[in-house]
Design a protein around this ligand. Structure first.
Ligand code: PMP
Length: 437
């Protein structure tokens, strides 16, 4: 207990003001397995943050540990820049095996710096080089990372070379109608911006989208809208970049979230779960976009052998054990139960998600709805923060997200059992009940 308090105190004094999770989650993890984290104070938690969706197999899954140990014990080098190795060969083979077949058939992979944001930068650089154009299309509420280019494309950023387009959603629809019509209007908006010759907006180098916005508040894009984006970009020779950093590796109930709509993007940006808990990021793209000269994209840490080995084990395990399908069935059951909870508690404005990427939006039950009909009530970030605190007291770790930090997010490992899922929902329901009264 004293060690726990000491570590928290020292770190909060020494770390930057930009600390995020560490503020809301004052715990000191010392051990972890599967869904469970144990703190230095001996308390145990169910971890539905999962390294912001990284831990597809949960903490310290035996197959991941074994893969890492095997490399360590083999005497293989741990760091070799971008040289070819058996470990890299195995990873690339497994990755290509999981990719949508039409995409994999003509795919090239570039290993990037360790984080998702590095792969986003690489994707932007690639499509700019391939098209000779500069602008980028991105969506309201998007999150692509914290380096300059990725940040520019993320919601709330000062737009420099990025044109912002409406991302469709039912709840808080930018056009106030939601559903298919709302999504169609969002698509038309995009079309008219691209075809508006009078405004002189130059044709962009690419469009980047998340099949489900994660940090933006768990907003799944409708499949029809995804297909419309594919048609609109294809008809104008604009490369489409699917950012599957968070949605990939079974999370949404398909191995890759683009499979739900059946589209084939030109570029895919992958990170988080592909490294099986360790840092790894790649950009994968169609071969005709491979216009780079040798050295055009580099980076010291492109060759993390441990991450590749852990990643190979994770990808293979998800594929062989049908964990994407498992995420789909368990996810829809959890959504149903959460929707029942929403009927009971008016402070839950919306429940949404796809697979095991789930969001519960907290709203102010006292305020009048935003619009004349039964539109959404104002977002309640303070209620969401209170739910997060109450969850923590009950031994449940959840993340907050959304444009106004009013969405409680669940990103459990795909290996979560039915009993554990029930425990998660019970604790969350209990936390909501406490906050609501
Ligand atoms: N894209 C998406 C969709 C993400 O969710 C994230 C991280 N939350 C990133 C990119 C950036 O990844 P990283 O934090 O590893 O740079």
């Amino acid at each position: 207990r004293a060690a726990h308090e000491g570590i928290l105190r020292r770190q909060s004094a020494r770390e930057s003001a930009a600390r995020t999770y560490a503020r809301a989650l004052p715990i000191v993890p010392v051990r972890a397995r599967g869904l469970t984290i144990e703190g230095a104070d001996g308390r145990r938690y169910l971890d539905c943050l999962s390294g912001a969706g990284t831990l597809a197999l949960g903490h310290n899954h035996p197959v991941v540990l074994e893969a890492i140990r095997k490399v360590l014990d083999s005497g293989a080098p741990l760091h070799v820049l971008d040289l070819a190795t058996p470990v890299k060969d195995a990873f690339t083979t497994e990755l290509f095996r999981t990719l949508p077949p039409e995409f994999a058939a003509r795919a090239r992979v570039q290993f990037c710096g360790p984080a998702g944001t590095d792969a986003v930068e690489a994707a932007f650089k690639l499509v700019r080089a391939a098209t000779g154009r500069a602008g980028m299309l991105a969506f309201t509420g998007a999150y692509h990372g914290m380096t300059a280019g990725a940040l520019e494309a993320s919601g709330g950023a000062t737009e420099v070379r990025v044109a912002r387009l409406p991302y469709p959603q039912d709840y808080r629809c930018p056009f106030g109608i939601g559903g298919e019509r709302g999504a169609e209007l969002a698509a038309r908006w995009t079309e008219s911006l691209l075809d508006d010759t009078k405004s002189g907006v130059p044709r962009p180098a690419g469009m980047i989208l998340e099949p489900v916005q994660g940090e933006g508040g768990v907003i799944p894009a409708p499949d029809d809208w995804m297909r419309r984006m594919r048609e609109i970009t294809a008809a104008r020779s604009i490369p489409l970049i699917a950012d599957e950093v968070q949605t990939g590796v079974g999370r949404t109930g398909a191995f890759w979230a683009v499979e739900h709509s059946g589209i084939t993007p030109d570029v895919m940006v992958l990170s988080k779960a592909i490294g099986g808990s360790l840092p790894l990021a790649v950009v994968v793209y169609r071969d005709d976009l491979d216009v780079w000269q040798p050295g055009a994209h580099a980076g010291t840490f492109r060759g993390n052998q441990l991450a590749m080995a852990a990643g190979t084990a994770t990808l293979a395990y998800v594929r062989e054990n049908g964990l994407a399908e498992r995420a789909a069935t368990l996810g829809s059951r959890m959504l149903t139960q959460l929707r029942r909870l929403a009927e009971e508690f008016p402070c839950i404005g919306d429940v949404r998600g796809r697979g095991l990427m789930i969001g519960v939006e907290l709203v102010d039950p006292e305020s009048a709805p935003d619009t004349t009909t039964d539109g959404p009530r104002p977002a309640a970030p303070e209620l969401a923060a209170a739910v997060q605190r109450e969850c923590l007291r009950r031994g449940l770790i959840v993340e907050l997200g959304g444009r106004r930090a009013s969405v409680v997010r669940l990103l459990p490992p795909l290996t979560i059992s039915d009993e554990q899922a029930t425990a998660v929902l019970d604790r969350l329901a209990d936390a909501v009940a406490t906050v609501a009264t």
